[in-house]
Write a protein that binds this ligand. Sequence first.
Ligand code: HPA
Length: 293
Amino acid sequence: MKTSVFEQACEAAKFLHESHPGLSPRIGIVLGSGLGATANMVQNAVRIPYSAIPHFPQSTVAGHSGEMVLGQVNETSVAVMQGRVHFYEGYTPQQVTFPVRVLGQLGVETLILTNAAGGIRPGLAVGQLMLIADHINLLGFNPLVGPNEPRFGTKPGAGLRFFDMTAAYDPQLRALTQHIAREQALRLDEGVYLAVSGPSFETPAEIRAFQRLGADMVGMSTVPETIVARHMGMRVLALSCVTNLAAGLGATPLSHEEVFEAGRRVEDQLARLIAALLPAIEAPTDAAHEGRQ
Ligand code: HPA
């Protein structure tokens, strides 16, 4: 008999629990193209290839290695996804967001999403990290289309058919991240991320149109994951690495290699930022207070 996505997510989460007994990660991290360094900080790590996790989709893209890394960063338990799958690989919106369902069932309450993005806003520099403050979904789908599954909503206000996306990217977490970035003398601006399906990069005319729509960065991920995480009542923090200037804004044609290499150059900065952020997220009251200073 075909099992539901809910049952499949429970089965995958149970498998992960049993792979690292006693570990209860409250924070999940998804690492984008060339941004894998954060996974190297995990201690007592159990590394599980996506192919071993029941029902998990497997990445087909070079640079997205496809491993779940369970363990601790300093004192904080984490579930780190090194690599993700994308819609352009031919996966359905439900498959693309299945890992987020699994993280939710594993007990993750805060999801940190990272991605490589093209810079649209004038003044953005290659290699710069950006906080996502909001998004524009031009993927052409919403991963929640279809019957609502209220069993994914164990947290207050979660699992609803219709829900608010006004503060999808948690304002407190953003303030906290800004605070930590300042301590690390790291420039961290905020912007609007626009998601397209890819896999071709955009045309210069599309980028000019996106600029007029209010987009600061463009990429091919993150938005479906954010929507599903919010459906489950998780708090979301998302960071983009500007790996290239968007089409028509830079001097050279775009390539995946360029994107990947630019990610490589900032992955250590990103790892340092996330490492400092984790204990602050786990101490929400003090952290929120600090974030406002
Ligand atoms: N466009 C879309 N996705 C991207 C880009 C881009 O320029 N750079 C990295 N991911």
